[in-house]
Design a protein around this ligand. Structure first.
Ligand SMILES: Cc1ncc(COP(=O)(O)O)c(C=O)c1O
Length: 373
């Protein structure tokens, strides 16, 4: 039986360091904001190449907190893709603002910058909502088209929040995912390219003032100390134990895991490109391969391929079966089928294959053979 994501294989390799770090925390007992949290933040700053890293309790909170800091709320429009996990838009809705969708590029599945600009123009024209923020998503590990999106953000005076929950480890034009926009949020959910053993996340920014507000929001809106509350905040800290677990995992991630993912992705693409639509990684981009997703030629072919793979002990997943504009939770936004045809078409044919750094060439070859046959 092949594992879709093999956390066990990773633990086996890193066991000594992970166990040692866990015991270190058990011995010093500083479970909340212990020294491992600061150490992790400084390592992440170095890796991503930004001024500040504010670790937090999840990828969802990593997106919520910058929007809170910018006081996004009722009457505000936040532009994003409908082809993502609901956490991207949930945080917008929780603050009373309105997610406004723009369809995806059919080759990268990331937000289409031309459609994004059309969507901003439409909102301005209608005059009901105030355009405030763009939230591009680095889907499946591939950074969004930031040169174009940054220009759009500047043209319309909008903030940009990079949702790099899936993109950590990706690169665009020599810059790491997490370094784009006014702020970026990532997730350390166990199945993510860099994951802990529970929930966790981090925010990256070069903005000193924003970083200070985020640190306050993270601990109940604290001022000079926890019981001096200068704003309404959250309990959004990462656990010291999770930070301690992430330290050796980050080392492995930087040293060889991203490369291993890329090697297996290359093998998949070489073996599958004539049979299904394989992922497109444009010039200047590196993916961290949160998922290796292919497009079948039809919804029926997807079902057949998934069943065939399952019968051989090879698991697959569908990210995402239903785009957000068609989710029940968003009925009230008034979208309908046909509004974002690229997202809808991709949702009906996409599926993801096993992908992790410990997959092995033999397993990749077997999966390729099953699909090709
Ligand atoms: C695109 C995207 N954004 C945000 C999140 C939220 O991350 P978390 O699960 O850590 O809250 C996820 C996680 O699945 C995600 O895939």
């Amino acid at each position: 039986m092949v594992q879709f994501i093999d956390l066990g294989a990773q633990y086996k390799k890193l066991k000594e360091d992970i166990d040692e770090n866990i015991h270190k925390v058990l011995n010093h007992g500083r479970y909340i904001m212990g020294p491992e949290v600061a150490e992790l933040e400084s390592r992440l700053i170095e890796y991503v190449g930004v001024k500040h890293c504010i670790t937090c309790s999840s990828g969802t909170d990593a997106l919520l907190m910058p929007l809170m800091a910018w006081e996004i709320g009722e009457g505000d429009a936040v532009f994003t893709t409908p082809f993502t996990f609901i956490a991207t838009t949930e945080v917008i809705s929780l603050l009373g603002a309105t997610p406004v969708f723009a369809d995806i590029d059919p080759s990268t599945y990331n937000i289409d910058s031309v459609k994004l600009e059309e969507s901003i123009e439409r909102v301005i024209c209608e005059g009901k909502l105030k355009p405030k923020v763009i939230v591009p998503v680095d889907l499946f590990g591939l950074p969004a088209e930031y040169v174009r999106i940054e220009a759009i953000a500047e043209k319309y005076g909008l903030k940009m929040l990079e949702d790099t929950a899936q993109g950590f480890g990706g690169v665009y034009n020599g810059r790491k995912a997490g370094s784009f926009g006014n702020a970026a949020g990532t997730s350390f959910f166990p199945a993510k390219p860099l994951g802990c053993y529970g929930d966790g996340g981090a925010i990256f920014t070069n903005d000193d003032e924003l970083a200070a507000i985020l640190k306050s929001i993270r601990v109940h809106g604290k001022g000079s100390e926890k019981y001096d509350n200068i704003r309404v905040g959250l309990n959004a800290r990462i656990d010291t134990l999770q930070a301690a677990i992430l330290l050796p995992k980050l080392k492995a991630f930087v040293e060889y895991e991203v490369d291993a993912r890329n090697r297996f992705a290359e093998m998949y693409t070489k073996g599958l490109k004539d049979v299904v639509k394989t992922p497109v990684i444009p010039e200047g981009f590196v993916s961290s391969w949160a998922q290796y997703s292919v497009l079948a030629n039809s919804i029926e072919e997807r079902t057949t391929l998934q069943e065939k793979l399952k019968s051989k002990g090879i698991p697959t997943m569908i990210y995402y079966k239903k785009p957000l504009h068609l989710q029940t939770a968003y009925n009230k936004l008034g979208y309908k089928s046909g509004d974002f045809i690229v997202s809808e078409d991709v949702s009906s044919r996409i599926f993801s294959l096993p992908m992790h750094p410990y997959l092995g060439q033999d397993t990749v070859s077997t999966i390729i053979d099953v699909i090709c046959n």
